[in-house]
Ligand binder design. Structure first.
Ligand code: NAP
Length: 303
């Protein structure tokens, strides 16, 4: 396999950080972040990356402030729709593979059946709409692309539910967590590992066009935010992390009792059939992934 030139956008985010660590084995990585070019200036982004003549473009940049997006449509669309559109054009110009990340929020969020990639989309908030428009722009323009729709991303670093729970659990004796939104908590590390495996498969098989498409990327199994929190605190206690939270202090509430500016889907279950069969993968459970991430958090916070 020849060494590739990989352009990675946003290596500072949760997923971008892990990609930067893990994609090194594919070739040389050139990072592009907000200090290099204005991501909302399509022409500037095009010219900046065009000059790099990439073989692979990996886009970990996104406007991820779900509630803020409701009143900041312009910036959400610039990052989540217009940037992927520009990258799709670049991928065609350089015959490069484009890797992009999307969200469970593109689906309507009703029912209990896991979504399949070809189900109808119907985002319930502006963030979801902006992510969907990015997916559609890539599908319309690019010929070699992977769009990974993932859910509930967390890591040992960055802004995420795991870190919020560990902080709140150390500060408070009681906490109420939403129990009626169901999905799969996905560590950024797993997203990067699966991305690497899929890119390798494409390079080795030379089937970039046949394998192009939208894929769900999450661990197996589902839980609620309450179930996720409960497992985080059980794991934390078993690993000796001191908590102010009492064992009986974790309560359950419904989404209606925790109003947010942007509506959240109740059903974020993502079917993994397509990615598992196309790339010969078997996704690990969300519980095993949480245990690994807790270990990583402990390692980073013990010294
Ligand atoms: N987080 C989730 O729960 C979740 C769920 C489903 C799907 N996803 C998708 O997964 C992908 C990765 O998300 P993540 O959790 O890694 O996001 P994240 O931690 O919020 O990182 C976002 C990245 O985008 C960069 N960025 C944002 N606005 C920018 C701007 N105006 N100019 C330049 N860079 C900008 C950030 O740079 P700075 O560090 O400089 O701000 C950061 O590197 C995204 O496509 C997201 O939509 C996330």
């Amino acid at each position: 396999m020849m060494t590739k030139k990989i352009v990675l956008l946003a290596h500072t985010g949760q997923v971008g950080f892990e990609l930067h660590r893990q994609l090194q084995s594919l070739g040389s990585i050139i990072t592009v972040s907000r200090g290099d070019v204005d991501f909302s200036d399509s022409e500037a982004v095009y010219n900046h990356i065009d000059a790099m003549a990439p073989d692979i473009i990996v886009n970990a940049a996104a406007y991820t402030a779900v509630d803020k997006a409701e009143t900041d449509e312009r910036n959400a669309l610039a990052l989540n729709r217009d940037l992927p559109q520009t990258l799709a054009k670049l991928s065609v110009a350089h015959d490069a593979l484009l890797v992009h990340y999307s969200s469970d929020y593109v689906y309507p969020g009703n029912g209990e059946t896991p979504w399949r990639e070809d189900d109808s989309t119907s985002p319930q908030n502006l963030y979801g709409q902006s992510k969907l428009e990015g997916d559609l722009a890539i599908e319309r323009t690019a010929t070699k692309f992977l769009i990974f729709r993932t859910s509930w991303v967390y890591a040992a670093r960055g802004n995420n539910f795991l870190r919020s729970m560990l902080r709140l659990g150390q500060e408070r004796e009681g906490l109420n967590i939403v129990n009626d939104q169901i999905g799969a908590p996905t560590p950024a590390r797993l997203i990067a590992t699966v991305t690497l495996l899929c890119i390798q498969r494409i390079l080795v098989s030379n089937k970039a066009q046949e394998l192009s498409g939208v894929y769900h990327l999450a661990p197996s199994g589902y839980t609620s935010w309450y179930g996720f929190a409960k497992t985080i605190f059980e794991g934390a206690r078993s690993k000796g992390i001191e908590l102010a939270l009492k064992e009986e202090g974790l309560g359950q509430i419904e989404s209606s009792e925790y109003p947010t500016p942007a509506a959240r889907p109740l059903n974020s279950r993502l079917s993994l059939d397509k990615i598992e069969s196309a790339f010969g993968l078997s996704m690990p459970t969300w519980q095993s992934q949480l245990a690994l991430t807790l270990d990583e958090w402990l390692e980073m916070n013990q010294s």
